[in-house]
Design a protein. Structure first.
Length: 632
């Protein structure tokens, strides 16, 4: 049976599959000579999984519950009405899979020339391993990550001389145990791999800065002339700038000798820039044949890193290079396939520290983690969850609401919204076009637009212009509208148009389309020539260079080194307005206040990770705007 014998085009039209999935199955049939409908359908579903952010198709789970691959049927799907002459053609994919068992599926795949069982010796485009079906690239990435981690987890434990006293200097005892920041620093000091996770305000940056100080001090005590080569990175320019700003603000306060503080880098690059992208290629300059020359690499906001980029990072590191990942495991996973941080952090809430790990921590740092002791994997001995937020209270506001959402207690989350807490609030929308939403957006953005006019340089002093642009970008980051969907009346595209119209009506901007002063934009595709990365946010400003007769529109972007660069709009090929941005795009950013716009009335209709990520982008206040349910 060929690809055409499967009702793939029908399933494509009904929304069960994507055009990419159907094209992949057709390629296997036409170029690979595959005729087995079981193989072709499972191949299409493996492709679909990648589109949904997963790197493999778990055959056991799929065949135990075929409908589970689709949380809800596509809106355009037609009811299954099998006919006598072609019963398969009219069934939905879950119905078609219902008659397939695991043994048969694995047997059919194993007998196919397009499926590799020993991928090291076969170039087949699909890989079957442990009852999981992979597109070859994602299987290969998984092996690179697995091998890189295994190599580091197998390294012997190192104990820094005088570790307890060094920790006391960096983390003065406060009389409570465990101090998870101190525990994280201790564990990271003994291993070439550590993952530190925690919610906003739990001190991930503070912890890693002290870890850098600890390790650098130990190295320079041994050899003052050969400090550690430390590289700091984050997935986006915005996240890199935030990490650099946080570290720069705290380095000078470290209780360490000036020489040690001076050997801690303040510069943070994007991960792409660190690896050295090759324009027009998925490849990077740094790889196993040309590795990064670094003793320690720290990557912040690791929840945003997909499998592909994680594999390229692992491939570029020397075996002895120490790797520290920071991130919030409860945030949204990366947009691309592979939620690496979430998978690595499985069991982090419970700790799962072995008796040996708990004993070592007690001896070396004086912290008691016995309450989190349980039979754990080798990987879990290298993961620390920071559990106390210094930014959000657990009793109310953003912190309590976010925790209720994270744990799925939406009833409690609703109660927090309806309370009198200044940190969290609700904005009901009686209609989609409710003026209350427009007023909230205009009031939120009024500050930065008025700031532009009030602080504009009076001459063509370029340094003053750059300082003004930097202040404007900072003022813009005070407030942000976040949308959870791209399309529809409350999606990011329509919201951007709507907010621009309202800002123009309020005489805060001159026009509501094209390029105009005050327009906020986001880069949507990496531009290596300009040094701008997907997710970077810029602001359109009227600027005048020395010698120019008139001011011209230029777009200001903050760089990872906290500087500012200005570009003519004509040089920006892939940008979109960002008065409203998707929650995915907001990761790595922080705002004083956010307005989160939901397209549906009930909180539970929004994914937990999505809502958690949205509200925790704010430092001080989050407001949830949503339509009012029928009847009230």
């Amino acid at each position: 049976m060929t690809a055409e014998a499967l009702p793939l085009q029908t399933w494509l039209a009904d929304g069960w599959l994507r055009s990419t999935d159907v094209a992949f199955a057709a390629m296997l049939a036409e170029d690979g000579g595959e005729t087995d409908p079981v193989v072709l359908l499972l191949a299409a579903l493996a492709s679909r999984q990648v589109g949904d952010g997963h790197t493999r198709l778990d055959l056991d789970a799929l065949l135990a519950d075929p409908a589970g691959l689709w949380p809800e049927p596509p809106a355009s799907a037609k009811p299954a009405t099998p006919s006598d002459d072609r019963p398969d053609a009219q069934l939905t994919p879950p119905g078609w899979l219902g008659g397939l068992d695991l043994e048969t599926a694995c047997g059919r795949l194993a007998g196919s020339s397009v499926v590799a069982l020993t991928p090291q010796h076969s170039p087949a485009p699909l890989v079957l391993a442990d009852q999981r079906l992979y597109l070859r690239r994602y299987w290969a990435n998984e092996q690179v990550i697995r091998d890189g981690l295994a190599q580091r987890l197998a390294a012997p434990i190192e104990t820094i001389p005088g570790l307890h006293d060094r920790l006391d200097t960096l983390f003065p005892p406060e009389g409570k145990t465990p101090d998870w920041q101190r525990v994280a620093c201790a564990l990271a000091s003994r291993s070439p791999f550590t993952l530190i996770t925690g919610g906003p305000g739990t001190g991930k940056t503070r912890t890693v800065l002290r870890l850098l100080g600890l390790l650098q001090a130990q190295r320079m005590d041994a050899d003052p002339e050969q400090p550690l080569r430390i590289r700091l990175a984050a997935p986006t320019g915005k996240a890199a700038a935030r990490l650099g700003e946080s570290i720069s603000a705290e380095i000078d306060a470290l209780p360490l000798p000036p020489a040690v503080r001076g050997a801690i880098p303040r510069e943070v690059s994007t991960l792409h820039r660190l690896l050295g992208p090759r324009p027009g290629s998925r490849r990077f300059r740094h790889n196993r044949h040309n590795p990064l020359h670094a003793d320690l690499v720290v990557v912040d906001e690791a929840s945003m890193i997909d499998q592909e980029l994680t594999a390229r990072l692992m491939d570029a590191l020397l075996p002895e290079t120490r790797l520290v990942l920071l991130g919030d495991k409860d945030q949204l996973a990366s947009v691309e396939a592979g939620a690496v941080l979430g998978e690595l952090c499985e069991g982090a809430d419970a700790g799962n520290y072995s008796a040996d790990t708990a004993r070592w921590i007690s001896t070396m740092s004086g912290d008691d983690i016995s309450a989190w002791q349980a039979p754990g994997t080798p990987l879990q001995q290298h993961i620390v969850k920071l559990r106390e937020s210094r930014r959000f209270s657990a009793e109310g506001g953003i912190g309590a609401f976010a925790e209720a959402v994270r744990t799925g207690h939406f009833g409690a989350a609703d109660q927090y919204l309806d309370g009198n807490d200044d940190g969290i609030g609700r904005l009901p929308l009686p209609t989609i076009e409710a003026p209350a939403l427009d007023r909230a957006a205009v009031d939120g953005y009024r500050h930065y637009l008025q700031h532009l006019a009030a602080t504009r340089p009076t001459d063509d002093d370029w340094e003053a212009t750059l300082s003004w642009a930097q202040g404007a970008l900072k003022a813009f980051s005070d407030f942000q509208v976040l949308a959870v969907v791209r399309n529809g009346p409350l999606g990011v595209a329509r919201l951007n148009e709507r907010i621009a119209r309202q800002l123009k009506a309020a005489a805060l901007i001159e026009r509501d389309s094209g390029w105009f002063e005050g327009r906020a934009v986001m880069v949507t595709r990496n531009d290596y020539e300009l040094g701008l990365m997907n997710g970077d946010v810029g602001l359109c400003l009227k600027t005048q260079l020395p010698g120019e007769q008139d001011a011209r529109l230029r777009v200001a972007f903050e760089l990872p080194d906290q500087g500012v660069r200005l570009f003519l709009p004509s040089r920006l090929e892939a940008v979109e307005s960002v008065f409203a941005m998707t929650v995915h795009k907001s990761q790595g950013s922080e705002f004083r206040e956010v307005l989160v716009v939901l397209p549906q009335p009930e909180l539970h209709q929004t994914g937990r990770a999505l809502l958690y990520t949205a509200v925790t982008r704010a430092r001080e206040r989050s407001v949830i705007a949503h339509p009012v349910a029928d009847g009230g």
